[in-house]
Write a protein that binds this ligand. Structure first.
Ligand code: HEM
Length: 180
């Protein structure tokens, strides 16, 4: 998993829960680098799982809720790190529809060793999009937060619902409805 995800995760934890919680989860999760990550580095995905589980324990929150909150935070971070990618879109629906064929393709050029999910579009209209998230990492709640945050970024209202097609969250169908 790319370092930018780790650095932004720890920034989110600091902003929401404070520096003491950052220190505590790094200690509790026995990370190899003692919580030091560079945005272009690549680290073991299990370290992210350990940090998330530790955070869930320290702040007594559900892991999926924390991933969702992180997704809300992460969109803004990705926009700050790579404005040239998001600048191509003037509204959220086309952006979400382009994750698979444009956005993550671009990301793969920037970070050749990125492990990205896939998004298969089942149905697409001006105001509704149905797509299936697939990834062995099962970070569907992160995807959920990112989608909602993309709409907030453009000041648009959205309803997002989802169905787990696999109980472990490795395949999830999202229905995204814009209120325009
Ligand atoms: C709303 C739009 C987006 C959604 C729903 C989305 C979804 C995701 C998810 C769920 C992951 C975690 C990996 C996994 O699940 O297997 C991921 C990884 C990633 N995405 Fe996206 N993404 C979006 C837009 C973007 C944009 C705009 C950028 C860059 C400007 C970006 C860059 C990345 C990077 C760098 C990773 C990490 C890959 C790794 O750790 O190896 N994504 N994305």
């Amino acid at each position: 998993m790319k370092g930018i995800i780790f650095t932004e995760f720890l920034d989110m934890v600091e902003a929401q829960f404070g520096l003491a919680v950052v220190d505590e989860i790094i200690t509790n999760s026995n990370t190899v680098n003692n919580g030091v990550y560079t945005s272009v580095g690549t680290y073991d995905f299990n370290e992210m799982v350990a940090l998330l589980v530790a955070l869930g324990e320290v702040v007594s929150k559900d892991i999926q809720d924390l991933l969702y909150t992180f997704g809300l935070y992460l969109f803004q971070s990705l926009d700050e790190a790579h404005p040239e990618i998001i600048r191509n879109y003037t509204s959220p629906m086309p952006l979400i529809a382009a994750i698979e064929d444009h956005i993550h393709v671009h990301v793969k050029k920037l970070y050749p060793d990125a492990d990205l999910p896939s998004f298969l579009i089942l149905e697409k209209s001006k105001s509704k999009l149905i797509l299936v998230y697939s990834s062995k990492r099962g970070l569907y709640s992160l995807a959920h937060g990112l989608i909602v945050s993309a709409f907030k970024h453009y000041g648009q209202q959205v309803s997002v619902s989802y169905d787990l097609l696999e109980t472990d969250g490795t395949k999830v169908k999202f229905t995204v409805e814009a209120h325009v």
